[in-house]
Design a protein around this ligand. Structure first.
Ligand code: AMP
Ligand code: FES
Ligand code: ZN
Ligand code: ZN
Length: 326
């Protein structure tokens, strides 16, 4: 197996591109794919401040690494979800990465800062954990972006994730979701822009990237997500991809290029301006946002205030060393 670029010994085959790469050229290939996604969808402009949501898993750590390599100002945000050992470990991986690279990591801990965790939220709402989890993540990513004056929030969703979500939405013809499934959600109504710069890279490539870069990541998946349909869709798509490499890419990018606009036409736009949540100030159509209502239902509390009276948000920002980027 020879590297497509230098003909030296290759360490990975990427069947979708019908190519093998050595370590150096594989890293270059990943950088190129991220750059291509960022440019094609206008994800991040030079000089913008990026907040990377880091879970401690391979995708978000690889994303953080790649954005910094590409010269972006990228700080991390880790949310402690309170899912037992899984969360304790994931936090360690995120912190360790930040410390060894001298990067800034902000931390919010649901239990410490709001008095609830995902298992409790799931129990009181009677819904699957991923529902309260998704709501909490979206709210806290947005809040940190506002408070830290970040232009954009980046998540580690990769090609496999996006193709699986698309597959699920198509199977049930969830046209509203199809209309909104984009690698970039523009800023608006008080919300920051959201981007997924790894959409051109697969899960397997992200695992390989972490290995060749010596990035230690949490391999274990969230125990609360086992058995959810998303994993089944991934398996089904993997079976097809195995038979016919490139199918996943064509499915997802074909949708973006040839079908997504059609679904967006049918989208019901709510043009009414949003007000501010009376408890936390987040944009919301009602009087209080869904996050504050969730916190109340769990018996949690408003964000723990810093006794030193630091500015909102900074009280929970654990800043783990800072290196001036050259
Ligand atoms: P998931 O929904 O778990 O597949 O995660 C998708 C993306 O959300 C990850 O790639 C991260 O960017 C982000 N994310 C997931 N969990 C966390 C977390 N605990 N803290 C911060 N970001 C997270
Ligand atoms: Fe959200 Fe598992 S990470 S429920
Ligand atoms: Zn090479
Ligand atoms: Zn609120």
């Amino acid at each position: 197996m020879k590297c497509r670029v230098c003909r030296g010994p290759a360490v990975i085959d990427v069947r979708r591109h019908n190519a093998n790469f050595c370590v150096e050229h594989f890293i270059q290939q990943c950088e190129r794919q991220v750059t291509k996604a960022i440019d094609a969808f206008g994800m991040i402009a030079p000089g913008e401040r990026v907040l990377v949501a880091v879970s401690g898993g391979k995708d978000s750590l690889a994303l953080w690494d790649l954005l910094v390599r590409l010269g972006y100002h990228a700080e991390g945000l880790y949310l402690g979800l309170g899912i037992g050992e899984y969360s304790d470990e994931s936090g360690d991986y995120a912190r360790n990465f930040a410390v060894t690279r001298g990067l800034v990591l902000h931390e919010v801990d649901l239990r410490r800062d709001f008095g609830y965790d995902i298992p409790r939220a799931s129990a009181v709402t009677g819904r699957v954990p991923c529902s309260a989890c998704g709501l909490s993540k979206r709210h806290l990513f947005d809040e940190m972006a506002r408070q830290g004056e970040f232009d954009v929030v980046a998540t580690g969703h990769n090609l496999d994730d996006e193709a699986a979500v698309l597959f699920g939405n198509v199977l049930r013809w969830q046209t509203e979701y199809l209309a909104r499934q984009m690698p970039v959600l523009p800023a608006g109504n008080g919300f920051p822009r959201k981007v997924k710069p790894l959409v051109r890279l697969s899960e397997r490539e992200m695992a390989a990237y972490c290995i060749v870069q010596g990035i230690d990541y949490q391999v274990e998946e969230c125990p609360m997500a086992t058995g959810n349909s998303h994993l089944g869709y991934k398996e089904a798509l993997n079976a097809v991809e195995d038979q016919s490499p490139g199918t996943k890419h064509d499915f997802y990018f074909g949708f973006l290029e040839r079908a997504a606009a059609g679904f967006r036409q049918g989208l019901t736009q709510d043009a009414s301006a949003l007000g501010s949540c009376r408890d936390c100030g987040a944009p919301t159509p009602g009087d209080r946002c869904a996050f504050c209502r969730l916190v109340e239902r769990t018996g949690g509390h408003h964000r723990t205030q810093d006794p030193n009276g630091a500015s909102p948000g900074s009280e929970t920002a654990v800043v783990l060393g800072r290196r001036e980027r050259s």
